[in-house]
Design a protein around this ligand. Structure first.
Ligand code: CIR
Length: 264
């Protein structure tokens, strides 16, 4: 009962989500071969993903649906939160440029939020931004260009952040290669990240689908059901691990991190 009370009366945890588009199956692919996507199953997996966040005490804010924007469900790519600062991105894929407008509207409606934007010719996808304490790692990927990184650095340095750019080759985004545990340890798969020595504390995980974790609480990680050995490893480190099956989104190079934006 004490714990329940804490969940209900603690600080509000808000996360943005966006319902899958009708043409989800036509989403961009960079590294994977196109596989048939079961859109009914995708809808069900998205519902379960949302339910898992709610079960961990998150209140969901739905961005207006974009039925024609195939990759719009991957809402993390359109905005990055730095405290109360919402950075609206400039998606690197032409087909994704239309996603930011409704995302900006949704975050602008949240109390206390200030908006900043990455401007063309700069490009930056939210999936390339990993925050670890005061350090912001940014992937130099096929989606995020030098001008985008330059703007990010100019914006964040005055706020006391250290911006560290990481060359990305084998993965779509920085966060398809590495994410961070609540204690700041960066986890990643050796096949996907050329130089893990960039990170002060790096733990290799045994599965490619295991690199993406969302810290839904200080002691709880949300991750893909497709990485059971990684789940076991992280459980052995004292974390509570919640898994969700997101196979249909993984076929489109998405992962647990990109299906929501944890606002605060
Ligand atoms: C894309 O290629 O843009 C989408 N099919 C997948 C985006 C996944 N986003 C992410 O990992 N942050």
């Amino acid at each position: 009962a004490v714990l329940d009370a804490r969940v209900q009366h603690g600080p509000r945890k808000l996360a943005l989500v966006r319902i899958p588009a009708s043409n989800l199956a036509e989403g961009e692919l960079t590294h994977l071969e196109r596989m048939p996507v079961d859109t009914d199953l995708a809808d069900e997996q998205w519902d379960n993903y949302c339910a898992a966040l709610v079960a961990e005490g998150w209140e969901l804010v739905e961005v207006d649906a974009a039925p024609d924007l195939a990759d719009s469900v991957f809402v993390e790519d359109a905005v990055v939160m730095f405290g109360d600062l919402a950075l609206i991105t400039s998606p690197g894929a032409e087909s994704r440029r239309g996603e930011t407008e409704a995302v900006e509207r949704a975050v602008a409606a949240l109390p206390g939020v200030t908006i900043a934007r990455i401007e063309a010719p700069g490009t930056l996808d939210g999936g390339d931004v990993l925050k670890v304490g005061d350090t912001v790692y940014v992937g130099a990927s096929s989606r995020t260009n030098a001008a985008g990184i330059h703007q990010l650095r100019a914006l964040l340095t005055p706020h006391g952040f250290r911006v560290v750019a990481v060359p990305i080759g084998a993965a779509l985004h920085l966060k398809s290669a590495v994410t961070a545990l609540p204690d700041g340890t960066v986890i990643g798969h050796p096949d996907l990240i050329a130089d893990p020595t960039l990170f002060p504390s790096f733990l290799p995980v045994p599965e490619v689908h295991g690199v993406a974790v969302v810290a839904v609480a200080d002691d709880t990680l949300l991750m893909s059901a497709a990485a059971p050995r990684t789940a076991e490893l992280l459980s052995s480190l004292g974390y509570r691990v919640v898994t969700v099956d997101i196979s249909e989104f993984e076929k489109l190079e998405g992962c647990v991190t990109c299906l929501s934006v944890r606002v605060r």
